[in-house]
Ligand binder design. Structure first.
Ligand code: NAD
Length: 483
């Protein structure tokens, strides 16, 4: 089985086949087969990508916003037309079931292209009168921007960065994760077909060192990273050297608070979506599920029943709703956390081991009686492991939910809406959901607080992170001077 792209890189409007750099493989988690072999970008290729982006950006920024937007909206249409092919590629690259990729990956990327395509024509500043004088502000592009992706939502991440960046008049060099490198190349192809000028969106492949070289280049004005906190620290530090703008979309250990008046099935659904979708490989997952004491037993009983509906199998079969881990290494990391949880005294309710079948599957795993100090309650696992903790009072639940260095997301399930809003306000998170979980429409800002990140993606908020403000003061009277 091969999903080999035409070449590793996409630079200046065309595929570039350069095999000088070290090679790496993309593997399919269901069979362990190599589906593509790619090569690290060499310094020469990195230079070519940045140079072509710098060239393209000037003319692109000079276009009226409505023309930039038209290209993005055309790209959205092409992406939707090619959704099945893109979804199958994403399934091979990530191992995620086609049932998911058909509705959550290229489609959410297309939403971003359409949304920011629509907004491009109305990006602007403000005018303020100061007597006869006045000033106005211009929202200007940053220039050449670098996007660096994680491996869980490859084409969505590429679109969430490219769409607002290009709408604002920037050009981009994107480095996908070396684990899931393929679909970003398709985005580049689609943007070209939609009318993007050569060099506007380039893709270079490689491991961390390629990302680091892009950030260190003086032509780079901004870096937007989706990745882990340790990588975020390094990227933020090297961006600081060059005083470059940053957006950091990092990891989490998000809480879901389930009060005893909650709709039990809705809460169970939220916990399932927030722990087992994409086999748990989602940054915003609510992996600390705090359940109010009286609801604990009904919650665990209903959750166990619902887990009978898990269909593990061939990710390309649309009836499969639970796929393998994306890499063997990630599977091992998750299995180590499961063993640690057992050793630290958590009570295993479901799963708890590698599934007895081929492929890098871990059965959906639930631990109860988890305490705040256990490793699985503190560290991001990035796999299908739910920790259930018990609480008595609202104040206690909020305090414990906030006792983490992360702050990406949070959820609250209750029929008491006043409590829902009160708790949402107190939870330290970039996004809080009330009576639902993990919905991230493009219209809504997304990002983290505390160690989970800096800046926001999606929505009108993103415009502020892909532009800089110039103030233009206009004097209308005489110019006073002391001498
Ligand atoms: P990772 O941090 O290992 O890698 C992310 C990217 O950074 C990769 O492309 C990698 O090659 C690159 N990289 C590594 N070292 C670098 C360096 N020194 N300089 C520049 N680039 C470097 O993350 P991952 O394992 O691919 O993804 C999982 C992580 O991503 C999890 O922590 C998850 O929570 C997070 N994530 C966050 C969001 C979000 O929106 N907040 C979304 C998805 C994933």
């Amino acid at each position: 089985m091969r999903a080999q792209p035409t070449a590793s890189h996409y630079i200046d409007g065309a595929y570039v086949d350069d095999t000088t750099g070290d090679s790496f493989d993309s593997l399919y988690g269901y069979t362990g087969e190599t589906i593509a072999t790619l090569h690290d970008a060499t310094p020469d290729l990195i230079d070519r990508a940045l140079a072509s982006a710098a060239r393209a950006q000037v003319a692109w920024a000079a276009l009226p916003g409505v023309e930039r937007g038209r290209v993005l909206r055309r790209a959205a249409d092409i992406m939707r037309e090619r959704n099945r092919e893109l979804s199958e590629l994403e399934t091979l690259d990530t191992g995620k079931p086609l049932q998911e990729t058909l509705v959550a990956d290229a489609t959410s990327g297309a939403d971003a292209l359409e949304y920011f395509g629509g907004i491009a024509a109305s990006i602007g500043g403000e005018h303020v009168q100061l007597g006869d004088d006045f000033f106005y502000t211009r929202r200007e592009p940053l220039g050449v921007c670098v996007g660096i992706g994680a491996w869980n939502y490859p084409i969505q991440i590429a679109c969430w960065k490219a769409a607002p960046a290009l709408a604002c008049g920037n050009a981009m060099v994107f480095k996908p994760s070396e684990t899931t490198p393929l679909s970003a190349l398709k985005l580049a192809e689609i943007l070209t077909e939609a009318g993007a000028p050569p060099g506007l969106f380039n893709v270079v492949q490689g491991r961390g060192a390629v990302g680091a070289a892009l950030i260190d280049d003086p032509r780079t004005a901004k870096v937007s990273l989706t990745g882990s906190v340790p990588t975020g620290r390094k990227v933020y530090a090297s961006a600081a050297e060059g005083m470059r703008h940053v957006t950091m979309e990092l990891g989490g250990k998000s809480p879901i608070l389930i009060f005893d008046d909650a709709d039990l099935d809705a809460a169970v659904s939220g916990a399932i979506n927030g722990n087992f979708y994409s086999s748990g490989q989602i940054c915003s997952n609510g992996t600390r599920v705090f359940v109010q004491r009286d609801l604990l037993d009904p919650f665990l009983t209903r959750l166990s029943e619902r887990l009978n509906g898990v269909v593990m199998g061939d990710p390309l079969d649309e009836t499969t709703n639970f796929g393998p881990m994306t890499t063997e290494r990630q599977m091992q990391i998750v299995l180590d956390y499961i063993e640690k949880a057992k050793a630290e005294g958590a009570r295993l309710i479901a799963g708890g081991a590698r599934a007895d079948r081929d492929g890098w599957f871990i059965a959906p795993t639930v631990f109860a009686d988890v305490t705040d100090d256990m490793t699985i309650a503190q560290e991001e696992i990035f796999g299908p492991v739910m920790s259930v903790l018990t609480f008595d009072t609202e104040a206690e639940a909020v305090t414990r939910a906030n006792a983490t260095p992360f702050g990406l997301s949070a959820g609250v399930f209750t029929r008491d809406l006043a409590r829902g809003h009160r708790v949402a306000a107190r939870l330290q998170a970039g996004t809080a959901w009330i009576n639902t979980y993990n919905l991230t429409p493009v219209e809504m800002p997304f990002g983290g607080v505390k160690m989970s990140g800096i800046g926001r993606e999606n929505s009108r908020e993103a415009i502020a992170h892909w532009t800089q403000v110039k103030s233009v003061y206009v004097g209308a009277g005489t110019v006073e001077a002391p001498y």
